[in-house]
Design a protein around this ligand. Structure first.
Ligand SMILES: *[C@@H]1O[C@H](CO)[C@@H](O)[C@H](O)[C@H]1NC(C)=O
Ligand SMILES: *[C@@H]1O[C@H](CO)[C@@H](O)[C@H](O)[C@H]1NC(C)=O
Ligand SMILES: *[C@@H]1O[C@H](CO)[C@@H](O)[C@H](O)[C@H]1NC(C)=O
Length: 430
């Protein structure tokens, strides 16, 4: 008898997404959850040490940064060390697909355009899949449809038939999908005829189990497909990594967006239209500007060089000479010895350093003074504190700096695509 209840839930879980914390959606605002937080179906039991959780997650950054860099260089993929742990993206949101809506916890990714979900019959996908036959509004698209030429990845080897495409994701993974149309429900908004990939096979371990929603800038992204509904405007506030119980939010459309906010121009790279490039012009540690040759920060659409803001990388990564300069300046402010812990190479005794220096990211028109919790992580076991930044992995295309999640916690990040600008303001969202 004791076995009967768990089995019953197991049967349900193979067809429907479990909603660990159902919450009311409000207008065009969705809650976003840390992938390992309590309200994510991928939640771990409350981690004993969030420091170790962050260390584990940051260990997966290099494959993402290489992936983002390769998207620009259009080079063949760089081999990734075997034994890669699963990389599912960092934040999930609740979306419903089809009519009636089927709940999916999709990863939010600001560096991707397409949306995609595993569909019934997918081989090697998770148990929760979208069922096209249960939706009255589902339609598949053919190769000769304009959207089929806009999906990233190899689409349609034959001239006719369904729009089949194969896309790589996250470094060492890929999926094959067909392009389909169905209703997408986000909070209280219904977007009819949304084009997304219906996955029929996956390879590798980095494909988010319940799919992904691309918030990039390219032609297939949410904002390109919704036009006047959201007017290319959105903002998010990412919850603190420490807040297992809390969620942040994604606000879609112009309503309720910050008005008085400092902004910096968004730069566009025609070779990689989905990425959000910013003009990072300098970095200060305390009051001191770090000496960085300007060409190491300069935006170059041809090589892909420059700085992007990304929702899928855990700690900010700078090209090696930039990181070394920042780290050396940071270390020069510290008392006592410096040690390494996992991805972090600048850890120090917090008792000897009660007033660690602030780090300021200087963008055209906007200085972002990082809050302490967005700069340092405190080890749970010792009095060590570590600078949460690192060098980008050293590979052929290592020209890209990435402003990552940990540096974006508890800030309102506002994307205004019609005016090509990005604003940042302090906000406690958890
Ligand atoms: C996608 O294409 C690549 C290269 O042809 C192949 O290795 C991979 O297995 C394909 N992925 C899927 C899921 O079919
Ligand atoms: C970035 O800022 C630097 C310094 O102000 C400026 O020289 C450069 O033209 C800017 N780059 C772009 C692409 O706006
Ligand atoms: C280093 O120690 C000195 C003397 O105790 C103190 O004034 C200073 O604030 C410390 N540095 C940091 C980064 O806390």
């Amino acid at each position: 008898m004791a076995l009967a209840i768990p089995l019953f839930f197991l049967l349900i879980s193979t067809c429907k997404a479990i909603d660990p914390c159902p919450s009311e959606s409000d207008g065009s605002e969705l809650s976003i959850h840390h992938i390992y937080g309590k309200c994510s179906p991928f939640s771990l039991p409350k981690p004993a040490s969030w420091f170790d959780t962050v260390l584990g997650m940051a260990a997966k950054d290099p494959s993402r940064v290489i992936y983002l860099s390769n998207l620009i260089g259009r080079k063949t993929s760089v081999p990734i060390a075997p034994g890669q742990v699963i990389q599912t993206g960092n934040y999930v949101l609740r979306a419903k697909l089809g009519t009636p809506g089927q709940l999916m916890f999709m990863v939010m990714d600001t560096s991707s355009d397409n949306a995609w979900v595993p569909c019934t019959g997918c081989s090697r996908c998770s148990a929760t899949m979208f069922s096209p036959t249960s939706s009255s509004t589902y339609q598949s698209l053919d190769c000769n449809i304009a959207q089929c030429t806009q999906v990233n990845g190899q689409a349609c080897t034959a001239a006719a038939g369904p729009c089949v495409f194969n896309q790589s994701y996250g470094g060492d993974s890929s999926f094959s999908a067909i392009l389909v149309l169905d209703s997408l429900r986000l909070a209280l908004d219904v977007i009819p005829n949304y084009a997304f990939g219906c996955i029929n096979a996956i390879a590798g371990r980095n494909i988010p189990p319940q799919g992904l929603l691309g918030l990039g800038r390219g032609p297939m992204s949410l904002f390109s497909q919704t036009g006047p509904l959201y007017k290319g405007t959105f903002s998010y506030c990412l919850p603190s990594f420490k807040s297992y119980y809390f969620s942040g939010n994604l606000r879609l459309g112009p309503a309720g967006q910050p008005v008085n906010i400092r902004t910096t121009p968004l730069l566009q790279n025609p070779h990689r239209p989905s990425l959000y490039y910013l003009n990072l012009t300098g970095i200060n540690v305390g009051r001191n500007p770090v000496v960085i040759p300007p060409e190491l920060l300069a935006f170059n659409p041809t090589t892909g060089a420059g700085t992007i803001i990304d929702s899928g990388t855990v700690i900010s990564r700078f090209v090696l000479p930039v990181y070394v300069a920042v780290r050396d300046e940071y270390r020069s402010h510290l008392n006592g010895t410096v040690s390494s812990l996992g991805a972090f190479d600048t850890c120090f005794d917090s008792t000897l350093n009660p007033v660690p220096p602030t780090v300021t990211l200087r963008f055209t028109g906007m200085d972002l003074i990082l809050p302490v919790e967005n700069t340092l992580i405190h080890s749970s076991a010792t009095s060590l504190e570590c600078l949460t930044m690192a060098a980008a992995p050293n590979n052929v295309n290592s020209v890209l700096n990435v402003i990552a999640n940990l540096q974006q916690q508890n800030l309102r990040i506002f994307f205004d695509l019609p005016n090509s600008r990005l604003g940042i303001a302090r906000e406690l969202c958890n």
